[in-house]
Design a protein around this ligand. Sequence first.
Ligand code: NA7
Length: 555
Amino acid sequence: NAANAALDYDVLIVGAGLSGIYSLYRTRQLGLRVRVLEAGSGEGGTWFWNRYPGARFDSESYSYIFSFSQDVLDEWDWTEHFSPQAETLRYAQFLTDKFDLRRDMQFDTRIRSAHFQDDTNSWLLTDSEGRTYSTRYLVTAMGILNEATLPNIPGVNDFAGASWHTSRWPSSYKEGDLAGKRVGIIGTGATGIQTIQEIGKTAGHLTVFQRTPNWTAPLRNTRIDEAEMASIRARYPTIFKQCLDSYACFIHAGDPRSVFDMTPEEREACWEHLYAQPGFTKVLAVSGDIYTNREANRLYSDFHANKIRQRIRDPALAAKLIPTNHGFGTRRVPLESGYYEIFNQPNVRLVDVRENPIQRITQRGVELTGPLDLEGDDGAGGGGGGSEIELDVLIYATGFDAVTGSFRAVDFRGRGGKRLADDTWVDGIRTYLGLTVQGFPNMFMIMGPHQMFGNIPRSIEYAVDWTADALGWAAEHNVTTFEATAAGMDSWTEHVHECGKGLLANEVDSWMTGVNKNLAHKQKRSMTRYNGPAPGYRRRCDEVRARGYTDFVTS
Ligand code: NA7
């Protein structure tokens, strides 16, 4: 219609990661005028940006991708059970090429603001170059781990050597280039662990600055040969069905027994068996009470603590690598390949910065508050006071302003100029279905807060399908405003909080509970994700669609 024709686009999608790729594919099928705006110089999102050595899935490759196209399932081969970054990036590029999506993608375009226009019921986006884009509908596909954060340590910009955040690994720095270098890395989350176990193999000397050890367990990655890929391909329908039926969309079903239904011997045998399996088996195929009952969690944590002790030669070092302030699985459990063994190597040293805090980053390296416990010559100045560890390369594996970070980095303004992060969410995140926000009409969030964070591609696929159906319905009904209600948002938000009750993970600081100690606005926990079962989440959203979107105000 004429009102739509006055706008540049029917739909703008911010982000060309997996969410943006599938959103474009589905929106184009609706015959709408659509464009993807992406800050990077290519598609792939997470897999475009995170190129640090060792970056890979720790979910089975063939379960952690899209199911929507039989052609893609038929044509694409996975070469490893847990795909490395380069292969996953190629998968994103393969999708883009296959469906000829690139002609509607605009790269090197960083959106700075998105303002709802009350008079025309449309969105006006502005990029960092000052260019503007108008659209009826806005789809955010910005990812949940996108805004990198550096540590709030004095002197963070003073280091004179080479330095970067893991999500900005320079293409000029290949793995072998660290050979002979004195390398430091701050952070031992999923990213730090993958990086450390890889660069520890070649770095001349690696110092790991650890504030909180994380629970981690073996990934057990192996290659997939042609015959196995054929068998996986034949099982795709079963694999996706298993994912859809399970709590968090993974292929591993939980153990219906309570930890206390088993004798200590049965438990040990069961956990040993799971520990020997690849992937998240040891995280997800366990008894559910491990994540809700303190005693059950303690027993399982003790099991894993023993495993760590068995793998580290020096008991004092093992003690530093065993988490004490949170139980197993109450933070995201990264999976590793030789992580603990790396610390047995003479070229790798662990510095516990809880015990010996970092005073500042200097021109030459990292200055600690106390003296270093020296074993051999490691270039650190000892003495009675602080100590400086000299480095050639300093890597920040310090994480992200997760989930809401992208909604802060872009200045989102809804009706009446109301801000998203700083007004609507200032006292806690509020959404309707994790897909929409009252006061922000015509805006749909793919992987926004209050979404399922389990198997992310499964969540993306559902959120995009739901959104595309809503867009199709709106186009068909000549709808120019589609907005959640305040009551809907309140009751949904209450439901999300209700689902999160009793989960030990919600009593622990982590990016999943909205905490980032480097950021002033992220000191308190918040409910960032949907904690209920995925089938229940989908049922609720399906019902809203089946009712004909009567939960929304449309006109
Ligand atoms: P995470 O999991 O948020 O980890 C960040 C790490 O950096 C963590 O060990 C932090 O310690 C550490 N950190 C952050 N700031 C500091 C300062 N100032 N001093 C010392 N140490 C610090 O991010 P990742 O990138 O590893 O992983 C994010 C997700 O990406 C991951 O879960 C996967 O799903 C993919 P802390 O624990 O806060 O004490």
